[in-house]
Every structure is written in structure tokens, then in C-alpha cells.
Design a protein around this ligand. Structure first.
Ligand SMILES: C[S@@+](CC[C@H](N)C(=O)[O-])C[C@H]1O[C@@H](n2cnc3c(N)ncnc32)[C@H](O)[C@@H]1O
Length: 431
């Protein structure tokens, strides 16, 4: 397929998304199934164009004065790929399967559009209803934070200390131009391919024998700050597929015990095989069993309970650009209620003197500092720990500038730390 045909296909996929309001991955998959002549490179190019269009949706609509799938693709080519109007016009004329030729008004819009006087939510490419919430956290910087959230995310790996060290992993992955990440001492970054995809690291021997795992640097930092130490009793209450569980186990050098739980047994399922590959030997997976309290025996038992809470995922929009346009106020309300519930569930599991680590991949204060303040009113025996101290102990002195002014939490963002957005706070149980 020629690039013009890729553009036409991207327009089709965006039209399907608009008509059926569903995740972009589903729409792309269906397109692939009904166009079997398209090879994997074609499908990757089409997906990359669709994702770029979604990343910049509101600024493209503002610049081109149209909200059609065609306008989104034109805007993605011009404003994220830097093609001038003549190059876009040539691309639209390069194949019989390309979209219709550019009109004079489209050429003019691509050549002259300006964005400087647009409101923050347009420049920052996030939904208008979130502007007030972004302003609360980022003030006058919010459009810049939004812009960074609209960039492509890097491909990061975590080196598994149970299997080897970073120097070894860098050597094994040198053909992929692997380099250390700037902040996490166990992080490796792999450059993306030209079409925005990462190379297939999951087929690399280093991955297959458990030396590396795919994990964003922000997620690595959140797990490192939690500071699971050898010999501790740790409960990972929202373990999901176990990204943080595996990182905690590596920090514990397989000594002590981790109990991994998630209320959704399907999410936990991959952890069994991942833990085996990673050489984890101190893990008990506590799968939910109907109404049975499978953590009942652990009341007051844990040195640490990690709550990697369900959230809106606003910090991960670089990886899921369609999610930002699908997010609605009622979904935020639902996540907040879940966060309160899971924090209440965590509290009695922590032993006196132990800690509760609260993590989200959201940037919204409603899901972060507000939830902690509400929790502390319900559970006055928990007090905030100093994040500077936690980061120092975790070998993350380079992250200290990302601590909140009061030192009680940490906020990472693509703009500030070059990672996905993560919020972390540690509460100590006094009584
Ligand atoms: C952000 S995801 C966890 C990601 C995972 N920790 C990782 O690093 O890969 C949040 C998880 O919380 C789970 N969850 C939501 N409410 C819960 C609850 N009340 N108890 C336990 N798990 C819950 C969801 O099923 C979801 O898997």
C-alpha cells in the first residue's frame, strides 16, 4: 500500500470509531480483518496515523475548523509529522486508493493555521471539561503538560535484579540501541521505530528468560519508592497483571513474602506465568473465590500494603490517546468511589508501624491528594511519610524535585520527568 492509501484507511478507521464509539484497538483490528491484503507494516502505518490524529484531536479541529475523520488525518500529517501543504497534497495524489485531492480551502488551512490564541485545553489537547481540574494541579502550565501527554511514549524496560544487572541487559539488547533511562537505576529505554512502534522485545531472549520486563520508567519509580525490603510481608492489593508485584519481588531479593490479590481474577491470570519467567519465589497469588475473604488471615499482618488503585489513567494518555476523549465525568466519580473503597480495604491489613503505599496513574487531584485527605479523616491512625526520605533510600535522589511542596507525595508527568504520569504517597500506620 502507498502512503496515500494508508491515509485513506486511517480516515476509514476514524470514521468507524466515531460511528461506534469504541476503543481504537478494536476498530484497527476489525479493519485488518476485513482488509487481509494489508501487511503488518501497512497496518502499523495506519495505526500510527490514527493514534497521531487522536493525540492532537482538539488542536487539529481548532486549526482546520472541521471535526471530520479526513480533517483529523490531514492535521496529523501536517502538525505531528511536519508535512507542508504541498507534501500532504502530493501524498493524497499518490495512489488510486488515496483520499480525494485536497481542496483549495484545505490547502489554505494547512498553510496558515495558528494555535497560539487557542484556549489551554485546545493547545494541550485534552477534553474541555477537564480544564478546571488540570488548572488545579498545573495552573498556567497546564497546556504544556497536555502537550507532553500528547507525545508518543518511549518503550521502557525494567531490569529484573533476580536474573542479572543493567549492564548485562544493555549488552544483550545492544542491537536495539538500548540505553539506560535517566531516573530509574533499573530502567532501559529502547528507541521506537520510524512508524512509532517499538521493536518486538517480547521475542528477545533477554525477555524470554526473565532478565527484562516491559514497564514504563514512572511505574518502575513508583515501585522503587514503595521500598519493599528483603524479609518483609507485603500485600499487593490491586496486583492486576503484576507489573508492580514483579518489581517489588526483585527489590526483596526473593526474601520475605508477597501476597498478590486483585478483585478481577482475569487480570491476575498472566501473573502466574510472568512470575515464573522472572524467577520469583516469594509470591503467593490470592485469587478471589466468590464471597470468601481470601485475605482474612492477613489482617494486621503487612509491613506494607501497596494500593495501585483503579483510576482514570490520565497519566497514560501517551499510550492510550483515545482514552482521553472517551473519559466522562461519571467515570471519574466511579473511580473515586473505588479508590475510597480499596483504601478502606487496605487499612486493616497494615500492621502497626507498617505502611500503606497509594499509587495512581492519574494526574487529577480528585483521585490523588483528595482521596488521601478523605482517607485520613476516616483513618486518623495513618500519617504521611516524607517522600524525600523514601526517594533517597530508593536511590532516586534525581526524582526529589518531583515531590509535592509538603513532601507528602510525588507526582511524575511526561513533561516533568519524561515518564508516564504517576502519583505516589506513603502513609505510616501509627496505631
Ligand atoms: C491500575 S490497575 C493495577 C495494575 C497493576 N498493579 C500493575 O502494576 O500491573 C488497578 C487494579 O485494581 C483492581 N481493583 C479495583 N478495585 C479493587 C478492589 N476493591 N480490590 C482489589 N482490586 C481492585 C482492578 O481490577 C485493576 O486490576
Amino acid at each position: 500500500m502507498r502512503p496515500g492509501a494508508h491515509a485513506a484507511a486511517a480516515i476509514e478507521v476514524l470514521a468507524d470509531l466515531e460511528a461506534r464509539r469504541r476503543p481504537v484497538a478494536d476498530a484497527l483490528k476489525d479493519w485488518g480483518l476485513s482488509h487481509r491484503f494489508a501487511g503488518s507494516k501497512d497496518r502499523a502505518s495506519i495505526a500510527s496515523l490514527v493514534y497521531d490524529a487522536l493525540r492532537r484531536r482538539s488542536s487539529i479541529v481548532w486549526r482546520l475548523g472541521a471535526e471530520t475523520p479526513r480533517a483529523l488525518v490531514l492535521g496529523a500529517l501536517a502538525f505531528t509529522r511536519g508535512l507542508d501543504a504541498d507534501k500532504v497534497a502530493a501524498l493524497f495524489a499518490d495512489s488510486p486508493h488515496a483520499p480525494d485531492a485536497l481542496s483549495a480551502s484545505e490547502i489554505q488551512a494547512l498553510s496558515n493555521s495558528k494555535i497560539d490564541d487557542a484556549p489551554e485545553w485546545v493547545r494541550g489537547d485534552y477534553p474541555e471539561w477537564l480544564d478546571e481540574k488540570f488548572a488545579r494541579v498545573f495552573g498556567a502550565e497546564r497546556a504544556f503538560e497536555g502537550e507532553a501527554l500528547a507525545e508518543r511514549a518511549p518503550l521502557d524496560l525494567r531490569v529484573n535484579a533476580l536474573k542479572g544487572d543493567r549492564a548485562e541487559a544493555l549488552k544483550e539488547l545492544s542491537h536495539l540501541h538500548a540505553a539506560p533511562t535517566p531516573l530509574s537505576p533499573v530502567g532501559i529505554r529502547i528507541p521506537l521505530l520510524a512508524d512509532g512502534r517499538g521493536p518486538p522485545v517480547q521475542s528477545e531472549p533477554a525477555f524470554l528468560h526473565g532478565l527484562v520486563e516491559v514497564q514504563d520508567e514512572g511505574s518502575q519509580i513508583a515501585a522503587l519508592v514503595a521500598g519493599a525490603a528483603p524479609g518483609e510481608q507485603v500485600i499487593d492489593l490491586c496486583a492486576g497483571g503484576g507489573g508492580k508485584t514483579l518489581a517489588l519481588s526483585a527489590g526483596m531479593a526473593n526474601k520475605g513474602q508477597i501476597f498478590a490479590y486483585d478483585r478481577d481474577i482475569r487480570r491476575l491470570a498472566p501473573l502466574h506465568e510472568r512470575a515464573q519467567r522472572a524467577g520469583v519465589r516469594n509470591l503467593q497469588i490470592r485469587s478471589p473465590r466468590g464471597k470468601e475473604d481470601v485475605l482474612g488471615d492477613l489482617s494486621g499482618h503487612a509491613d506494607m500494603v501497596l494500593v495501585d488503585a483503579p483510576c482514570t489513567g490520565t497519566g497514560t494518555w501517551r499510550r492510550n490517546p483515545d482514552a482521553k476523549w472517551r473519559l466522562r465525568p461519571n467515570a471519574l466519580e466511579a473511580r473515586m468511589a473505588e479508590q475510597d473503597a480499596v483504601l478502606d480495604q487496605a487499612a486493616p491489613l497494615v500492621k502497626a508501624g507498617g505502611r500503606l503505599v497509594y499509587i495512581t496513574c492519574s494526574l487529577l487531584a480528585d483521585e490523588n491528594t483528595d482521596r488521601l485527605a478523605a482517607f485520613r479523616e476516616r483513618h486518623p491512625g495513618f500519617v504521611p511519610s516524607d517522600m524525600h526520605e523514601a526517594m533517597g533510600q530508593a536511590g532516586l535522589a534525581a526524582c526529589e524535585s518531583h515531590a509535592a511542596k509538603d513532601g507528602n507525595s510525588l507526582l511524575l508527568t511526561p513533561r516533568r520527568s519524561g515518564t508516564d504520569g504517576f502519583f505516589v504517597a506513603i502513609l505510616k500506620r501509627q496505631s
